[in-house]
Design a binder for this molecule. Structure first.
Ligand code: PLP
Length: 446
């Protein structure tokens, strides 16, 4: 394109962004343009991969607007959201209180001067420091889960002076080099080897395996800084560990003098029925990572928290770890509002109640389709449905999509579909999803 054409094209899109109403022609053109832009300029792989864009051989669903647990594509088709943007929409899509806080801050000061002290950063740090379990009083903000893990890994190394980590098979912590080094699935690691050395893997849910790994490391002189785990494995397919697992892990880490790092990027902020999932087992980690829903589904925001004792290492030189956009005023406004909404609307309590109901119904459904739906499991509203194979799981997701319900596979277990709706999803919508799931399974198994 010439410069003139680029100006025209960007102006056309600004017109669309700012429009209050789009006519049918414009809607159709947005669909066609989006598919073409993905094909030519972004990554055509998505067009083959996403059931939402290839359904019926038509590139139908271009995301446009949403509220609560329901969103619409650009042509006005309605979907019940049971994917929650992989866990970002715990407070629902477009929560009015969170949007309002961000809009107000946007008009006042969108990003940070980087030099003056930002009041919202301090305020959110206070809220999280008071909310977090144990002595986790200090925090640092960044914009995504991966960066929270990176920061946690650096802090653990800085504090202990040791390089090693223990992670879990099928654990997922992000895809940058540090976090990818903790990745528990070969497919995502192999093309990028070698990564950080000194990472050792144990099966998830097996506390004695961690003890054995740490003993082995001590015997041969391998230096371990921390054990890093998800409380409930999300991308592995909503794997809930045995009840005695977490107290045992805490005891083992303390006994061996290694830090316990909890990756609550997906489980935090009420998702599992408690504000932080480790509260189910009354365990406090040494470092806690948060992300996804922390930004209230409105802004990207993540954090890692630790104790004043461990944090001293970062205070010696606060620039030893920094981020231009981390903790920006818009993200912190969203975070403050998200904390408020999560507490005021008791989203963890709602997740516990709705999750228990939904999981109970799904277990009943499993009994009716035992050859195809192998297991329904989860905690709160982090629920996985494990199907007999990937193709069947994909067919269920596509069947639900056709019926106006959005779900998706989990990254490390394609045959496990996730159900991860807004924590305040109304019971009527839950029943609608259950009905449509039953209908889909009936169609596929007949
Ligand atoms: C447990 C966990 N940790 C880390 C991440 C990475 O977060 P992000 O994609 O925001 O970088 C994810 C994302 O799914 C996650 O589920």
């Amino acid at each position: 394109m010439t410069t003139k054409q680029l100006v025209e094209e960007s102006r056309r899109w600004l017109g669309i962004i700012n429009a209050h109403h789009l006519n049918e022609y414009k809607k159709r053109k947005i669909v066609a343009d989006t598919v073409e832009n993905f094909r030519s300029y972004y990554n055509r792989g998505y067009l083959d991969y996403r059931k939402s864009v290839t359904e019926g051989g038509e590139f139908a669903a271009i995301e446009w607007s949403g509220r609560g647990s329901v969103f619409e594509d650009v042509t006005g088709r309605r979907f019940v959201d049971c994917l929650g943007g992989y866990g970002i929409y715990s407070a629902g899509i477009n929560h009015p209180k969170i949007v309002r806080a961000v809009k107000s801050q946007l008009e006042r000061m969108p990003l940070s001067s980087q030099e003056l002290l930002d009041p919202l950063r301090g305020a959110l740090a206070e809220l999280l420091g008071e909310l977090a379990p144990g002595d986790l009083q200090k925090c640092f903000f960044i914009s995504n889960g991966t960066d929270a893990i990176e920061g946690a890994m650096k802090l653990a190394r800085l504090y202990t002076g040791k390089p090693g980590f223990v992670s879990a098979v099928r654990g997922f912590h992000g895809k940058s080099y540090g976090s990818l080094s903790l990745m528990g699935k070969a497919e995502y690691r192999l093309p990028f080897e070698p990564m950080l050395q000194d990472v050792y893997f144990v099966p998830f849910g097996d506390a004695p395996a961690i003890d054995a790994e740490l003993r082995k490391a001590e015997a041969v002189g391998q230096q371990i800084a921390g054990v890093i785990l998800e409380p409930v494995q999300g991308e592995a397919g909503a794997i809930v560990p045995p009840d005695d697992y977490w107290p045992a892990v805490r005891e083992i880490c303390t006994r061996h003098g290694v830090l316990l790092i909890a990756d609550e990027v997906q489980t935090g902020m009420g998702r599992t029925g408690k504000m932080f999932a480790l509260e189910h087992w009354d365990v406090a980690p040494d470092i806690l990572c948060l992300g996804k829903a922390l930004g209230g589904g409105v802004m990207p925001l993540s954090a890692f928290l630790s104790t004043p004792e461990i944090w001293k290492k970062l205070e010696e030189n606060p620039f030893i770890h920094s981020s231009t956009f981390g903790g920006n005023p818009l993200a912190c406004a969203a975070g403050i509002a998200a904390v408020n909404v999560t507490l005021e609307e008791d989203l963890p309590g709602q997740a516990a109640a709705t999750g228990a109901y939904l999981l109970g119904e799904l277990k009943e459904l499993q009994k009716r389709y035992p050859d195809h739906l192998l297991e329904a499991r989860g905690l709160g509203l982090l629920i996985g449905l494990e199907f007999v194979d990937t193709e069947f799981g994909y067919a269920v997701a596509a069947g639900l999509f056709k019926r106006g319900v959005l779900v998706a596979g989990t990254l490390l277990s394609a045959r496990t579909l996730r159900i991860e709706p807004a924590l305040a999803i109304p019971r009527a919508l839950v029943d609608e999803v259950l009905e449509k799931l039953d209908d889909t399974l009936r169609e596929l198994t007949e």
